[in-house]
Design a protein around this ligand. Sequence first.
Ligand SMILES: Nc1nc2c(ncn2[C@@H]2O[C@H](COP(=O)(O)OP(=O)(O)O)[C@@H](O)[C@H]2O)c(=O)[nH]1
Ligand SMILES: [Mg+2]
Length: 335
Amino acid sequence: MFGWFKKKKKDEVAPGAAGQTTFEVESPENEAKPLVDGLARTRSSFMDRVESLFLGKKKVDNDLLEELEEILITADLGVSTAQELLECARTMAARDELADSAALKIILKEKIVAYLEASSGGHDLNMPDSGPLVIMVLGVNGVGKTTSIGKIANKYSRAGKKVLLVAADTFRAAATEQLQIWGERIGVDVIAREAGADPSSVIYDALDSAQGRDCDVIIVDTAGRMHTKVNLVEELKKIKRVMGKKIVGAPHELWLVIDATTGQNAISQARLFNEAVDVTGLVLTKLDGTSKGGIVVNICRELNIPIRFIGVGEQINDLRDFEPHEFAEALFTNN
Ligand SMILES: Nc1nc2c(ncn2[C@@H]2O[C@H](COP(=O)(O)OP(=O)(O)O)[C@@H](O)[C@H]2O)c(=O)[nH]1
Ligand SMILES: [Mg+2]
């Protein structure tokens, strides 16, 4: 999905990436925590239940289908997705094609991949023709913005990119410190000002000084809380405008961080932010902390915004590129 971290053939240049071939680098992906580990909780609640559906049953009857419906809804796939999957299982049963859990798993997996592909497959980053890629990161407090920025910056930096971080969450002093700690840890510069400084002016100054630094990517951390919700949205719009004045086309990417453990609430948050600033990608965190990883499918279908990364833990390597096939594979892997 990302030109940056895909192992590309030499002559394969991503569209719109003219002059950006230096971004095509080997992936440090093998250092990341395996997805199968990150999804263990979801797998053990969702898949184990699918497996046990057929235990001791000779045929697919209404009871079994009802139980399946409950499993699908409990996994947070979303009501319409659950209904569609159930309909499909019913049709298969009517044709005697649903003999066991293996047959059911094959069809569920196929459908889930198709849903994920539809929103998150093959969406390249909106790379600028020249100059640094500017990524603005947003999301409510506590969802994992700063942590994800640290992980993403580490990934980019290890892949040979020059990264600059901007601490524009000036609402809390601790937020700036947290980003600075990440910066020190991964060896990446962080531009910060005192708590309470106007975020737009921090960004204006940061982008100014970035121009002399020859960096490849600038990631801006923003506040997830203001005095009111309206303030937050207005502030984010303002920050976006300021960036565009300083660097043409910036922010090129607007990534919304959402916490997978908050279920439907994550979807409502995404709608609110998307209306305000046109989100271009999602970072879905804390998948390790939920047994309802089906929310990923729900998010893809409800929002139709590509998922860029998923967080599967608090450590630096607990971040994965989101690849629909890999995700479905991990979800359906036998323990
Ligand atoms: N288990 C788990 N915890 C996470 C993940 N991402 C972030 N966190 C934790 O969530 C908490 C809030 O993160 P933080 O980055 O400060 O959120 P922010 O307020 O949005 O910047 C911290 O304790 C992080 O360690 C993840 O993928 N998995
Ligand atoms: Mg933060």
